[in-house]
Design a protein around this ligand. Structure first.
Ligand SMILES: Nc1ncnc2c1ncn2[C@@H]1O[C@H](COP(=O)(O)OP(=O)(O)OP(=O)(O)O)[C@@H](O)[C@H]1O
Ligand SMILES: [Mg+2]
Length: 234
């Protein structure tokens, strides 16, 4: 499903005459199978978000190879990435990243609009999904009229609406209280089981790592493959 070989990435910083590079990932290797939940841990600044940005095509590796769904995506153009993301990926972020001027319903519907799905079909699918996730009563609320947990459920619905193969999550429960976190994690686990969606989740949180099939750790720019549940507090 996801295969990463010898991935290297450095940020280029500074102005003319004072340029430098910050090596972040040095020879990262990773393999994630269909239907797996893999969590990635590592200290702040270790390169977790950088890895996610590489896997989703927002930045391009210096060297190495990324294969997703048997396609070599290492050097896709921006346009090809946009299409690939819309077809295969869903995203969940710590701060939800909903569009404030759209209602819950419209936020969830948006990826289908971008995909060019006809209106009637869009509205039907959004309706069904919001119902299944227990949000119908709040569909006309704007993000600032929803609780944190409700906003995160809307963002999960938005990630799901296109029926992605993979959901990338960067600290998906980082802003939630422990009870709401439990609900969101249960939802993720159910989606994984019932729809066989692959999850790659970055986390600092033991509760999140606990629902994963495997936990990997980025350290010194490298990925340590660990079998079984593994967690080290930062
Ligand atoms: N746009 C950028 N330009 C230069 N350096 C960057 C940039 N983004 C991140 N970095 C540096 O790259 C390193 C890795 O950052 P990254 O955001 O991937 O860490 P992280 O593991 O996600 O950390 P956190 O747990 O705090 O979110 C850090 O040292 C950071 O300062
Ligand atoms: Mg990060």
């Amino acid at each position: 499903m996801i295969n990463v070989e010898h991935l290297h990435y450095s940020y280029k910083i500074g102005k003319k005459g004072k340029k430098s590079t910050v090596p972040v990932l040095k020879d990262v290797n990773l393999e994630v199978g269909k239907g797996e939940i893999v969590s990635i841990v590592g200290r702040s600044g270790s390169g977790k978000s950088t890895l996610l940005n590489l896997l989703s095509g927002y930045i391009t590796a210096d060297s190495g190879k990324i294969t997703i769904n048997d396609r070599d995506v290492t050097n896709l153009s921006e346009k090809e990435w946009a299409k690939f993301r819309l077809e295969h990926f869903g995203f969940i972020f710590q701060n939800y990243e909903l569009i404030p001027s759209l209602t819950a319903f419209e936020n969830v519907e948006l990826p289908l609009t971008l995909k060019g799905v006809p209106r009637k079909q869009r509205e039907e699918r959004t309706q069904i999904l919001l119902e299944s996730i227990g949000l119908s009563a709040h569909e006309d609320h704007y993000p600032n009229e929803l609780s944190g947990g409700q906003q995160q459920r809307v963002s999960i619905a938005r990630a799901l609406i296109t029926e992605p193969d993979i959901i990338f999550a960067d600290e998906p429960t980082g802003s939630l209280d422990s009870e709401t976190e439990e609900d969101v994690l249960k939802l993720i686990k159910d989606l994984n089981k019932n729809r066989n969606i692959t999850f790659l989740m970055i986390t600092h949180d033991q509760e999140v790592a606990a629902i994963a099939d495997r936990t990997l750790k980025i350290h010194d720019g490298k990925m340590n493959q660990e079998r079984g549940v593994y967690f080290e507090a930062r």
